[in-house]
Design a protein around this ligand. Structure first.
Ligand SMILES: [Fe+2]
Length: 209
């Protein structure tokens, strides 16, 4: 009899986070409506090699900044942080300061290139530390920030600035310019994108003409 191989901790971290994301959506009609049936046809995870987050232990502070509905996802992300492939979209060449680059990161859970593959959906989990500003930017896909832990002020032309905290969400339409003041921060958010080029980097500033 062939012995059962030991469970892959990297795959298990991604499977667990997907399960908790599904559970969270069941408690959040806005998130569920945005996701539609996009989580129904995902295959097995194909995670890239893990890459630790640049903010390291600062992520753990989010544990005490969730609400009961978002606590399981928050704790899972913190407890399995070293299993995910954390990335950054920007560098100093984009005008981002050292304070910003030391305090933010994200990883994909679902995207056209994985770890769970979908051509209809991208889900990133992102963290931004207290005090930094994510300046005005936009992107073709529509998005929802489902805040897992912490709070920040979201700005978008034509809207009053709005404080959005754990358990709340804010939506942006395709190419809608938006910015985030990490006041007070930090912010840990689950961010699904739908429509358009799901893998293109956000455009800093105004939409391209
Ligand atoms: Fe965005």
């Amino acid at each position: 009899m062939t012995p059962t191989p030991p469970p892959d901790p990297i795959a298990q971290a991604h499977l667990g986070l997907l399960d908790l994301t599904r559970a969270l959506a069941l408690t959040d009609p806005g998130l569920a409506g945005f996701l539609g049936d996009t989580l129904d046809d995902l295959g097995p995870p194909q995670p890239p090699p893990p890459r630790p987050p640049v903010m390291g232990a600062a992520l753990a502070a989010c544990c005490g900044l969730a609400v009961p509905r978002t606590q399981p996802v928050t704790d899972w992300v913190i407890d399995h942080a070293d299993c995910f492939a954390w990335q950054q979209s920007y560098t100093a060449a984009d005008g981002m300061g050292a304070d910003f680059l030391a305090a933010y990161g994200w990883f994909n859970l679902v995207s056209p290139v994985g770890p769970f593959r979908s051509d209809r959906l991208r889900i990133t989990v992102g963290y931004w530390g207290p005090g930094i500003v994510y300046p005005e930017h936009c992107h073709e896909p529509a998005e929802v920030y489902a805040v897992l832990a912490g709070a920040a002020r979201f700005r978008s032309p034509g809207r009053p600035p709005r404080r959005v905290g754990a358990g709340e969400s804010v939506a942006h339409a395709s190419w809608q310019v938006h910015a985030t003041d990490l006041d007070p921060g930090p912010l840990l958010a689950l961010i699904p994108w739908r429509g358009g080029d799901l893998m293109a980097r956000a455009t800093l500033g105004l939409p391209p003409m």
